[in-house]
Design a protein around this ligand. Structure first.
Ligand SMILES: [Zn+2]
Length: 139
């Protein structure tokens, strides 16, 4: 077997590993794509650099980690050390999220937030179906 060949197999394996450990925003993107929706991702010229932008529907989706964006759910637990540091950091994130959302709403976007915990295997399908309905039906 040539070196090139083994490299190719290796990179295929690697991409398989990556795709099975999808990041939350990738899960949402893949689903929307499979439903025939087209989007832009990580759009830097919009407030908050949204993860997913569906221009046709004027919809913006943020896929938020429960810890970093302080979701009111069991996944969010304040760290037990450096309390002050984390409090400042997380509160700052929440404040920034709020500001970005206001700016986007003022520009006529609908803003939908999907939380990491809503993408757990057990509840994922339900969450994604609801998201899809929200995107296409309210348009
Ligand atoms: Zn959560």
């Amino acid at each position: 077997m040539s070196d090139n060949h083994t490299k190719e197999i290796r990179s295929k394996n690697m991409s398989h590993i990556r795709s099975t450990n999808s990041k939350p925003e990738e899960i949402v993107r893949k689903y929307l794509f499979s439903k025939g929706l087209r989007y832009r991702k990580n759009v830097r010229n919009l407030p908050g650099c949204p993860d997913i932008v569906l221009s046709k529907y004027r919809v913006i989706i943020f896929v938020n980690g429960c810890f970093w964006h302080h979701h009111n759910c069991p996944r969010f637990v304040w760290p037990s050390s450096n309390v002050e540091y984390w409090k400042n950091k997380i509160d700052h994130n929440v404040e920034r999220d709020k500001k970005n959302k206001e700016l986007l709403l003022a520009q006529g976007w609908r803003v939908i937030t999907i939380w990491e915990c809503e993408l757990k295997k057990k509840v994922r399908e339900q969450c994604l179906e609801k998201l899809y309905q929200e995107i296409v039906e309210l348009n």
